[in-house]
Design a protein around this ligand. Sequence first.
Ligand code: CU
Length: 252
Amino acid sequence: MQFRSKRGAKALLGALFVFGALLLTGCENGSVYGYESDLSSVNETSWHLWRGAWLAAGAVGIFTAALILWPVLRHRRKEGDPQYPKQTQYNVPAEVAYTLIPFVIVAVLFYFTARDQAVITAKEPSQVQHTIDVTGFQWSWQFGHQDGGKDAVVTGTPAQPPTLVLPQGERVAFNIYSPDVVHGFWIPAFMIQIQNIPGVTNRIEFTANKLGEYPGRCNILCGRNHSQMVFKVKVVTPEEYDTYVESLKAGA
Ligand SMILES: [Cu+2]
């Protein structure tokens, strides 16, 4: 980029500043970060980590852009300057700084990630009100509602994707199975994904907070019809949930 005048440089810096300010002042609760902050118990933790990571990335990006643009704009070669500026490699303070600063960034991200992951994956058996077995198979999903015994099972097909019905405000434990290859149980709006691994039972617990319907998907490339491994999540009131499980039993 060539700037004929200082005005061009100032305009660019101004645009960067406005962009940065917009990024940093994103609204508190909306989906400006692509997710809602309170749709599920996972969002309540993950959303803040997600936002924090974006803000940190934005701050680092703006700082780095400024470090690049400052010499580019202010220290351009003038008439009479030598072809190359004075070379200053092996500057120990500079090298220590650019080793230390990335280390600090990674350490901070690691700390918050580990802290929040512990919350998200915590098992609280005394607070679990329902247990659902989630089996991902080539190429659909099966949801077994343990409240209803062996018969309260929904099995989907690629042509008829199943619906996972969840009770609003009640903590559900999910046992995650696969009989064939690795699948990924993913509910994007709930900021949750956990792998279905053959021979391993993964477990996750969470609470759906708001009534509504949300798309679910497999997010591990698992074979030819991977793209058809979709399902729907429907959050209903606890009373409706009980009625639903009863109807599954009766219909079986
Ligand atoms: Cu799959």
